[in-house]
Design a protein around this ligand. Structure first.
Ligand SMILES: C[C@](O)(CO)[C@H](O)COP(=O)(O)OP(=O)(O)OC[C@H]1O[C@@H](n2ccc(N)nc2=O)[C@H](O)[C@@H]1O
Ligand SMILES: Nc1ncnc2c1ncn2[C@@H]1O[C@H](COP(=O)(O)OP(=O)(O)OP(=O)(O)O)[C@@H](O)[C@H]1O
Length: 296
């Protein structure tokens, strides 16, 4: 049995548009959005332990080990596999554990789904290493318990999403490059969704209503006006980047992106970004780099 799996990407996502169409009784919001994978990722490394312990071996400032979505995902998977295999099998061969290291690159509170992507990569990698045998659908159901964005990363390809983000339909998006700017603030998702100024009644669209092009993106991000009002740095970045194209915020913020058909167009703009902001470029991806792990 393979004991290690290294350099497992946990890619970021952008929301090419994000409409809030309602709210459930439990307070979660109903959305319509297009999730776009990009080739800018955290990297995770896994080593099987025989003692059943889950250990995050990298410190992430501000994220205690026990509340890390990586550790929570690993423990959730352990219990799901135990339930699936039953007590007798468990007695015969106790559930393995894992040491998990991470090279963190995705900014927290950035609207890029960093923690959610880390959790999804952990579920895919450990289901493989532990020979857990859970299907993609079973892992997606587990993922939803960790966060609204996690099922998308397990789905493994770009998607039109509804519900709280778990009702996914595969979608091929336009090949393009993105310039992403980090305004230098972290935005707690909850803070935006709980705002009294958030509109929650955008008219639902059908997949056939929109096409994804780099010239003009469809729709808007309903969370943007709330985040821009509460965090002026976000408003400043949007204003600056709009000079070069259809700039908008991703997720609940804070990162702002703009799409370009050609890489050299993205390079040109990247050179012009004011020094006070961290900026980088990323290429649109159609598939999650670990998508095949679930079919192997
Ligand atoms: C904004 C998006 O990133 C768009 O992709 C997601 O909807 C948020 O996904 P996420 O970060 O995984 O969010 P979670 O960690 O599940 O939820 C954080 C908080 O955001 C609010 N939340 C999140 C998702 C959603 N559809 N409605 C909500 O109201 C809830 O108050 C929740 O307690
Ligand atoms: N491994 C992790 N990486 C990043 N954040 C983590 C992790 N584990 C727990 N968290 C917590 O989860 C919070 C949300 O993380 P995440 O990066 O997914 O949000 P985000 O980048 O704002 O994405 P989105 O807004 O699209 O959900 C972080 O602010 C952090 O407190």
């Amino acid at each position: 049995m393979t004991r290690t799996l290294n350099n497992c990407p946990a890619p970021a996502k952008l929301n090419l548009f994000l409409h809030v169409t309602g709210r459930r009784p439990d307070g979660y919001h109903l959305l319509q959005t297009v999730f776009q994978l990009i080739d800018y990722s955290d990297q995770l490394h896994f080593e099987v332990r025989d003692d059943g312990i889950i250990r995050r071996t990298t410190v992430i400032p501000g994220v205690p080990e026990e509340s890390d979505l990586i550790v929570r995902a690993a423990k959730l998977l352990q219990s799901a596999i135990a339930a699936k295999t039953g007590a007798a099998a468990m007695a015969a061969s106790p559930i393995p554990g894992a040491n998990i290291a991470i090279d963190k690159k995705l900014p927290m509170g950035g609207g890029l789904g960093g923690g959610s992507s880390d959790a999804a990569t952990t579920l895919m990698a450990l289901n493989h290493l532990w020979q857990g045998g859970l299907s993609r659908a079973e892992l997606m159901a587990l993922g939803l318990r960790l966060g609204a964005d996690v099922p998308f990363f397990l789905f493994g390809r770009n998607a039109f999403a509804e519900g709280v983000g778990e009702a996914l339909q595969a979608l091929d998006t336009t090949a393009c490059w993105f310039v992403i700017i980090e305004p230098g603030v972290a935005i707690p998702t909850e803070k935006i969704f709980s705002s009294s100024e958030l509109t929650r009644d955008t008219k639902p669209v059908k997949m056939t209503d929109f096409s994804i092009g780099t010239k003009k993106l469809f729709g808007r991000n309903d969370l943007e006006v709330v985040a821009a009002k509460q965090f002026p740095e976000v408003a400043d970045v949007i204003k600056w980047l709009k000079t070069y194209g259809d700039a908008r915020m991703t997720g609940s913020g804070a990162c702002v992106f703009c799409a370009f058909a050609q890489e050299d167009q993205a390079d040109e703009v990247l050179k012009l970004v004011p020094q006070r902001w961290k900026a980088w470029k990323a290429k649109a991806m159609q598939q999650h780099p670990l998508a095949d792990l679930l079919d192997s």
